[in-house]
Design a protein. Structure first.
Length: 445
RNA sequence: GGCCCUAUCGUCUAACGGUUAGGACGAGAGCUUUUCAAGCUCUAAACCCGGGUUCGACUCCCGGUAGGGUCACCA
């Protein structure tokens, strides 16, 4: 009957990376799998470092990933409550005001410390099993800098309880914080939630993903044209799997399949190459229209009728929308710009023993191409041209390439491009004839 | 360094005492009747080490080793 409540509690002190959002993904999936509640709590107790723009970025990212909060809080909103409980702890003799000698600039002369009862504390981690911490090592730790400035551990213990959080799902770097927070809960008479410490996401140097190691903000991936479905899919599979052979799960399938008991204990390395591969999978599932809209291809000031025809090529080549955009002005720009031809390249595949075959082939292809209907498919173009090149091949080895290469180069002007059949079907017969004629002129000149 | 956690191909992982240790990404090769891309097929690639327990250990226990995390008036 106890319904599940999880929370994602980021601090708005910087741009968050994939490792941060991976915990959000797991907390969300776990909550939704059991039809529970997902809370987002912005931990802005550090007024000096918290910035509104970082908070906005976090919300943007969660919206993009479609991890909507059922309830959203800002920790600073709970100041009065924190103050009240801080006073209670002091009154009850569980905490005390301590005079200090400031060690660092900004340090206070009076802080509030928690009276450490000593001993050991054990909790059962949902993922790792029993974890025991010797509390004595902690000393009388600080829980607030003043009555209005609670420190992380205190604010977390209070808020988790007040918000009815049943499962604290967070990174393994918080394991050693758990005992402190449990101590505070007990002193306050609050129940202890269940803890699930997720394995950390590492960078390629096997260090915790972080700013210093150059971890990208997740919104950077969004801006590069990674699909939210792909990011979600990839992140969910970092430290978890559904237990069957499926590799690509939609959001709904993830919610349905998520099982926290299958979460890995060991840390995992963030692999951008794999992410891109997952992204390509999801990009290919998009309709051509959605592909154009979502990739902003329409804003490129290119002929839209041709863009639409090129989308299938982009789907098989690009791994991100950014790459797709770059291809239209780069390796696939021949669909939009007339090629500048190099006579030597036109003749690059001409067998020495068959001089003049390039020009005769191009001339011989002119009429058949002219006769092609409007809107002809690449497959049909192929059925017209292949017999022609096969005939040349029959006359001598290398004949096929001797026909196809100059044709493709005449049409594209680049050494690497899609095949000539595809180019003709996209360019149309008029433009194709024009380009081939130009190539013939160069060969004759 | 103290404390805590972890350990299967390069990477993400399957296996929950008995398998030729499987899949995916990546890599290599070949085939796809020109190049590139895609696709298809194939190949290489892993149980950290040492002790136990057991008829039998990747699987359980212990010890090493290695890696990671954490030791703030940050969260």
């Amino acid at each position: 009957m106890n319904s599940v409540v999880t929370r994602f509690a980021p601090s708005p002190t910087g741009l968050l990376h994939a490792g941060n959002y991976r915990t959000a993904v797991f907390a969300y999936l776990f909550a939704k799998h059991s039809e529970g509640k997902f809370i987002v709590r912005i931990e802005d107790t550090d007024a000096a470092r918290s910035k509104p723009e970082y908070e906005a970025n976090i919300i943007d990212a969660l919206t993009w990933l479609r991890l909507p909060a059922d309830e959203q809080y800002r920790q600073s909103e709970h100041r009065p409550r924190h103050r009240e409980l801080l006073e209670k702890l002091i009154t009850d003799g569980m905490a005390y005001i301590s005079k200090e000698i400031p060690k660092n600039p900004g340090d206070r002369e009076k802080v509030i410390r928690f009276k450490n009862p000593g001993g050991a504390i054990t909790f059962t981690d949902v993922i790792r099993g029993d974890i025991t911490t010797d509390i004595g090592d902690l000393g009388d730790f600080i829980i607030a800098r003043s009555l209005d400035e609670p420190v992380f551990h205190f604010a977390v213990a209070v808020d988790d309880s007040d918000e009815g959080v049943t499962h604290v799902i967070r990174g393994a770097d918080h394991i050693s914080n758990t005992a402190r927070q449990m101590l505070i809960q007990r002193a306050l008479g609050f129940p202890t939630p269940l803890y699930a410490h997720l394995p950390l996401i590492m960078d390629s140097n096997h260090k915790k993903l972080g700013k210093r190691s150059g971890a990208k903000a997740i919104t950077e991936y969004r801006d590069e044209g990674i699909l939210p479905e792909a990011m979600l899919n990839y992140l969910a599979f970092l430290g978890w799997n559904p237990g069957d052979v499926r590799e690509y799960l939609s959001r709904e399938e993830l919610v349905q399949a998520f099982d926290i008991s299958r979460v890995q204990k060991g840390s995992a390395i963030f692999d951008e190459v794999k992410l891109f591969s997952v992204n390509q999978h999801w990009m290919r599932k998009l309709s051509d229209d959605d592909f154009i809209t979502m990739s902003d291809l329409g804003k490129l000031a290119l002929r839209s009728d041709i863009v639409l025809k090129v989308v299938p090529l982009l789907k098989e080549r690009a791994k991100t929308f950014k790459e797709a955009r770059e291809m239209l002005t780069g390796e696939l720009s021949c669909f939009f710009n007339k090629p500048e031809l190099d006579k030597n390249l036109l003749l690059a595949k001409e067998p020495p023993e068959r001089p003049g075959i390039a020009i005769s082939a191009l001339k011989g292809l002119l009429e058949p191409i002219k006769a092609l209907p409007k809107g002809v498919s690449a497959e049909v173009v192929k059925t017209i041209i292949m017999p022609f090149s096969d005939a040349e091949e029959a006359k001598g080895k290398g004949g096929r390439g001797a026909v196809l290469w100059p044709l493709r180069y005449a049409l594209s002007g680049v050494e690497r491009s899609p095949d000539p059949f595809t180019i003709i079907s996209i360019l149309g017969t008029d433009e194709s004839i024009s380009r081939i004629s130009k190539a013939i002129a160069i060969l004759e000149g």
